[in-house]
Structure formats: C-alpha cells, structure tokens
Design a protein around this ligand. Structure first.
Ligand SMILES: *Cc1c(COP(=O)(O)O)cnc(C)c1O
Length: 487
C-alpha cells in the first residue's frame, strides 16, 4: 500500500507521509485503497483499548515496525481512564469522552501518538536531521502538541498562539510548558494571523534557507499521523455499546461529531471504510456554519465573517481535511480536487459536482448550533441529566437532538465530547446560572464544587506554575523568529 497526494499522483510510503506532513503539491496524503484492504473489524472489537489501537494503526500505517511498542509508549499511564475514551450514558444518548489525556482536550488522543510515529519514521527513513514541529494554535492543539513532543529525542517544537485569542486557562497551560526542546510565543493578532505566519515560515524556510541539520514538519491534522489515531475511539465506542448489550453485532450506530477542520469526523469515515458499522456521521458546526452549508448545497464558500464563538476550537472557515473527503467522493479525481482547492484560494468559493455530493450525503449529515442554543444546551443537559459538558460538546448535543427528533425510529447515537468542561469554565458557569465572579481559575474551582467531579490533573495548580515563555511578536516577524530559533 502507499499514501497518495489528493492533488496529484505523487505516491509515498506511510513513514514518508508522516515526516512530510503535507505533500509538496499542497495536497494531503491519503490511502486510496482503505476500503479494499480487508480488516478483521469484528476481531478488533474484542481487544483492549490499546490492543485496538495497535490493530487499527498497524492496518492504517503498516510500514511501522513495532506499532505495539509505539502505542504503549504513547498512552501507558498518560490517560486518567483505562478505557482511554470512556463512554457515558446521558439520557437516551451516549457521550464518548475524549478528554481524559494530559491536556483535557481530545487532541491528546492523536498528539500523544504523533511524536512516537514521527520519531519511528525518522529512524526507519534513516533521517539524521532534527524534526522541528511548527504549530499555530487557537488553544488546544498547541498545548497537546507541546505535551506530546517535549523532550522527545530528535525533535523540537515551536508553538504560536494569538495574543488575545486564547482563554486564560489555555494560555496558562502553554506558557508554563517545561521541556528543553520547546518554545512558545504569542503573536499580536488573531488565529488566522498565526496560521498565515506559520504557512509563510514553511514556504520561506526550505532548501538552502533552512539551517543544516533540521527540517520542518506539522502537528496539525493535515498530517495523516494526526488522523489515524483518531480512528481508534470510534471502535472503542462501538465495543462499549456491544459490551453493555445496547446494540447487536453489526447494528449501525450514528456518530455526532463537533468539528471545524473536519478531522475528527473524517476519522469516523475511515472507521466505516474499515468495516465498522457506522451509520450516519453527523457533522456539528457552531455559528461558523461553512461545513453545514457545504453539505446542504454542495457550495463551499468561505467569503463570510469569521465569528468568535464560545466553542473557539471550531471557529474555522477553511476546513482543511474536507479535501480528503473530496478525493474519496470523486473516486480519486486529483485534477478536480486540485481545481476546487485552487478556486478556494483565489476566489474563496467552489462548487462540488452534484453526483459526488449525493455520494457524500449517503454517509454524512450536518447541523449547526448557534451561541444561545449552545449555552441553553449545557444548562438543559445539566438540569435534566446531571451531566456537565463543555461548549464544543454542547454544539454536538444540540445537533444530535435535532437530528434524532427528525428521525424518531433512529439508531443508537454516540456524541463525541471533545473537551473537559473545566477548560471553558466561564461559559459553562454562565450556562448553568452559576456565580461568575473571580478569574477563570476560581471559576474552575467553583464548577468542580458544583459538579462534584475533580478538576483534571493537567488543569490543577496551573496558576502556581512558573511562567517560562514570555515572547510576544508581530505576525510579520514570525518567519525571522523561526529562523533565529532554528539557527
Ligand atoms: C480541535 C477541536 C475540535 C474540532 O476538531 P476537528 O479536528 O476540527 O474536527 C472540537 N473540539 C475541541 C475541543 C477541539 O479542540
């Protein structure tokens, strides 16, 4: 098997795809044969969570020599649940909690594994260069990547976050990060400014412009090494439903996924292509409803205002992973995909052919949830079920409710929960009518007293930890800053 670019017939091994991150033609790497290669999905469901991870990742990335060892090093002792991603029953629904890793957001599932994959790929490909990870973050990716890569041999990591764009908790998590190979820097501007600066750094710092002995890579979900580990928890959820007798083997289950970059939900599609009985994948957007509109109309149009919402990790107008779905739905038509992406860059809009859209709608549905509904949902679920969820999860809960109301005889539904409510204490307290006085750290304590669930380990004592990173730069200084750090 091989990985192929979505924009050309460029083919590479899985280890090379992970080191490159993105293809030189700008495309994303994908396995075009995933649905044709047999996978013992039933056997997989009988394994332990780490056993499932090993089986699934060995299938997706067969070029890695010791996947079992990599999986154990990634997850052993790092998550506060033996199930890795525990499934909770909340009313008639099931909520898959993906936030039990070191930084209390779902990105830990992938970013615990990615450093293992990068270092193993580096050894297998005989690369001597240090791999430096450049990351722009709106809050969650940065901390999860720092946690994954700090003090990992042969790697370095530079994280850029928008000065005024992350929550106090998220900022405290990043600026207190320890590690000899890490650097965290604030950028005056918003997330798009950070992202643009990082893209410019990738473009400027290659070939002779790159200091000898290092190369750049990405920890964003354009890297297939970010996506593959996320396939695992779709199986974990299905196995948990089977064990509880909630479903029969083979019964289709719907998954509702709060998404921005289309990464998390695409991983669910990969699970389906591997045989898991996934029914409909419901794409839940916040007020930035560019994906909902696309799935409804077939027109992807980013020419709209960027809205800052209470679910900031989904505030995205250019959903990079959708490109992989376009490739699959068009039967691998790389010219079509390249043309759509070119139009998106130059005109800000493209239309996807109707017959391919029809294929997409066989597997995907979409819904969106505005700001008021998001907070109302947190309040309702707390009052009715005694379950506290974060703002991103609430978007999916609300979309799930509407989706099911339209299909009374529907299937079992799993809602993916992507962050701990303690990561967004102000919004959550407001939603349940709690006292909003004090800073976010005091609010977190108050929330814990109300919910009677302890604050996750990674968020405890944040305020007392020493601040280690104080650099602040303008977006136009970012390329020079990276060059200085590399040199
Ligand atoms: C990143 C993130 C998402 C969206 O994930 P996608 O990769 O865009 O699908 C949702 N919720 C939280 C809390 C996140 O950090």
């Amino acid at each position: 098997m091989f990985y192929q670019s979505t924009r050309s017939d460029r083919r590479v091994t899985d280890t090379a795809a992970i080191l490159e991150g993105i293809a030189p033609d700008g495309g994303l790497y994908i396995d075009p044969s995933l649905s044709d290669r047999p996978f013992d999905w039933k056997g997989c469901l009988a394994l332990s969570p780490l056993g499932m991870a090993e089986a699934i990742l060995s299938h997706l990335l067969p070029g890695f020599a010791d996947m079992g060892g990599l999986v154990r090093r990634a997850y052993d002792g790092k998550f506060d649940s033996d199930e890795l991603t525990p499934l909770m029953q909340v009313g008639d629904d099931y909520v898959l909690e993906l936030f039990h890793g070191p930084t209390a957001a779902f990105k830990d599932v992938a970013l615990s594994m990615l450093p293992q994959l990068v270092t193993a790929a580096r050894v297998q490909e005989g690369v001597k260069d240090k791999i430096v990870i450049l990351t722009a973050t709106s809050g969650d990716t940065g901390k999860a990547a720092l946690e994954g890569f700090h003090d990992v041999e042969g790697t370095g990591i530079l994280v850029f976050y928008p000065d005024a764009g992350v929550s106090p908790v998220q900022k405290a998590q990043m600026v207190t990060q320890v590690g000899a190979n890490v650097k965290v820097c604030a950028v005056r501007g918003n997330f798009d400014d950070c992202q643009t600066g990082v893209k410019r750094a990738f473009a400027a710092l290659k070939g002779d412009a790159l200091p000898a002995g290092c190369r750049l890579s990405s920890a964003n979900s354009i890297n297939i090494g970010r996506l593959a580990p996320q396939v695992v928890y779709y199986f974990i959820a299905y196995a948990a439903l089977l064990r509880r007798g909630a479903i029969r083997m083979g019964e289709a289950v719907d998954y509702v996924v709060p998404t921005g970059n289309f990464g998390d939900i695409l991983a669910g599609y990969f699970a389906k292509l591997m045989g898991l009985p996934v029914g409909t994948l419901v794409c839940a957007s916040n007020a930035n409803r560019v994906l909902t509109d696309f799935l409804e109309t077939g027109v992807y149009d980013k020419r709209r205002d960027f809205l800052k919402t209470a679910s900031p990790s989904m505030d995205i107008l250019v959903s990079s992973n959708l490109e992989r779905l376009l490739f699959l739905a068009s039967g691998g038509d790389t010219a079509l995909v390249a043309d759509c992406m070119k139009k998106l860059g130059s005109e800000g809009v493209y239309r996807f052919p109707e017959e391919a859209m029809a294929r997409i709608r066989e597997d995907f549905a979409a819904g969106c949830c505005g700001e008021e509904d998001c907070l109302r949902t947190i309040g309702r679920v707390w009052r009715e079920q005694g379950y506290l969820c974060d703002t991103h999860t609430a978007v999916a809960m609300q979309v799930a409710q509407e989706y099911k109301a339209a299909r009374p005889e529907g299937r079992k539904t799993v809602v993916l929960s992507t962050a701990s409510p303690y990561k967004f204490p102000a919004a959550v307290l407001k939603a349940i009518g709690g006292d909003l006085s004090g800073d976010e750290f005091e609010q977190m304590e108050r929330l814990a007293a109300i919910a009677k669930v302890p604050v996750p380990r990674g968020l405890q004592g944040l305020r007392e930890r020493p601040v280690l990173h104080t650099d602040v730069i303008g977006a136009d200084e970012l390329v020079d800053y990276v060059a200085r750090q590399l040199g």
